[in-house]
Write a protein of this length. Structure first.
Length: 489
């Protein structure tokens, strides 16, 4: 698969088919190609353009034009989040060499006020003039983009990826993820992060239609679904839950494929998805910005209890373990795959663990027969409590058995130096707190005392990062006054 050739092919064979639908505009394949083609020519003619340009667009149509213009011009797109504060945008642009920035109209003032050059992204009115190839020297191993991790498990890092990595990933994995030219894919979250941007590029490469508000706004999603029926949904679980809570379910009745990634999909949310329709399937995948897709599992109504992610490796993905524990078989996961990113940009932070062609980011896993894998979390998530190693996943499973779903477990160091475990659970404000003695009784049957949380804090919803994941950094400390909580020990 060649991403540039695919776009041109769709412009020729289905010119009037909608490629991207946003809250303010629709662009078909002929117009997407022509708009990207014209902008690419401008990039090639501009002597100020280096090997990278920034891409700072809040509207999904503009983002699609800008990304594919970079693709056609043979330059790399540095993906800039339009929700970033001005200071972060300025710091990032300066850190990475002050590239020129492609932006839509809402972003032009922000970029120029920071002293950087803004290049406008526009949709052409007449697409008939641009159906020829552009002369570009970009090969499959050339840099496609630089994208920043969400920072949900640490500080954000700048990941560099080639064209070949996503071309291979899309061609090998689209079928499993339910993506095709017949797909009308709703992405309710941001497109400036890996999951959303991949869904955009995948949809255009296959000739489908992407429907996106650009960032989560329930009202905008409702408006889009009033005019467009979607048969596929791609989102992190936190946004899927908001979607099911805030969007009339009849608007989602046409869904046939729901794809989630980026964080664990809880049992109760998977069940809600599968109950939308007898025809819907739910695929949960495990991956990362550094590795793209790694493994997947199909969720089922027959599942009876919460469990760690156990999935099948995608075609072409090879896994092995470092520092394997001889007792339980767990170790640090190393991935060898054509989907892997090059690594982190040296102008940013972070360093991948490397073993020949395999890379790792600290995920703890167990390899199983039949190309299957069990994911136990990020190595950095292991906590040491008074000399004892504690894995949060073990505690969240015990909380599930006690009737407390959608939980997170963190360690907090108190003012006097003692470290305590705190569990966070989503619970609507109108719902009463559970009986602490009943919860404690169940936990004591499953966990040793040192693994039982000191407090269980109940929140009506998770605080979210810009990518739609739970923002662990902003969860309230257990000592915060006014919290709804249970003291267990």
């Amino acid at each position: 698969m060649n991403l540039a050739s695919q776009l041109q092919h769709h412009a020729l064979t289905r010119p009037d088919h909608p490629a991207v639908i946003s809250i303010s505009q629709v662009i078909d394949y002929a117009t997407l190609y022509a708009s990207s083609h014209d902008l690419a020519q401008a990039l090639q003619r501009d002597p100020r353009i280096g090997r990278r340009v920034g891409l700072y667009c809040s509207d999904p149509v503009a983002l699609a034009i800008g990304f594919h213009a970079c693709l056609l011009a043979g330059v790399s797109a540095m993906i800039l989040d339009p929700t970033w504060p001005a200071e972060k945008l300025k710091t990032t642009l300066t850190q990475f060499g002050s590239p020129k920035v492609l932006t839509d109209q809402p972003g032009e003032a922000s970029v120029t006020e920071l002293g950087h050059t803004a290049l406008g992204v526009r949709k052409v009115s007449d697409p008939s003039h641009a159906l020829a190839d552009l002369a570009t020297q970009a090969g499959s191993d050339s840099e496609l983009l630089l994208i920043f991790t969400s920072g949900s498990t640490g500080s954000p890092k700048a990941v560099v990826r080639t064209r070949h990595s996503w071309e291979q990933s899309i061609s090998r994995c689209a079928g499993i993820l339910g993506a095709s030219e017949d797909s009308t894919t709703l992405v309710p979250g941001p497109l400036a992060h890996g999951l959303g941007l991949y869904a955009l590029v995948e949809s255009v490469a296959l000739g489908g239609t992407l429907v996106a508000p650009g960032r989560w706004q329930a009202g905008h999603v409702r408006r889009l679904l009033q005019s467009t029926s979607c048969n596929r949904l791609v989102a992190v679980p936190s946004l899927v839950r908001l979607l099911l809570q805030q969007i009339p379910l009849q608007r989602l009745s046409g869904l046939r494929h729901v794809v989630t990634g980026g964080e664990a999909l809880s049992l109760d949310l998977a069940q809600q998805i599968l109950q939308l329709s007898k025809d819907v399937d739910c695929i949960e995948y495990f991956g990362s910005s550094e590795h793209s897709l790694i493994a997947y599992r199909q969720r089922s109504l027959e599942e009876a209890e919460e469990s760690p992610f156990i999935g099948t490796l995608f075609d072409g993905v090879r896994a092995h373990l470092h520092a394997q524990n001889g007792t339980d078989g767990t170790g640090r996961l190393m991935i060898r795959s054509a989907f892997n990113a090059i690594g982190y940009d040296p102008q940013g932070s972070g360093q991948l663990e490397r073993c020949e062609e395999a890379t790792g980011i600290g995920d703890i896993a167990r390899l199983l027969p039949g190309q299957r894998i069990q994911i136990l979390g990020r190595g950095g998530e292991m906590m040491n409590i008074n000399g004892n190693n504690v894995y949060p996943a073990e505690i969240t499973r015990a909380l599930e058995a006690a009737g407390l779903r959608q939980s997170l477990v963190l360690a907090h160091r108190l003012a006097h130096g003692k470290t305590v475990l705190t569990a966070y659970v989503q619970l609507a404000l109108h719902q009463p707190l559970p009986d602490p003695s009943s919860v404690l009784q169940v936990l004591r049957e499953i966990l040793p005392v040192y693994k039982i949380p000191h407090d269980v804090v109940f929140l009506p919803s998770w605080p979210l990062t810009a990518s739609g994941k739970c923002d662990i950094q902003t969860l309230p400390a257990p000592t915060t006054s006014g919290l709804r909580k249970l003291r267990l020990r």
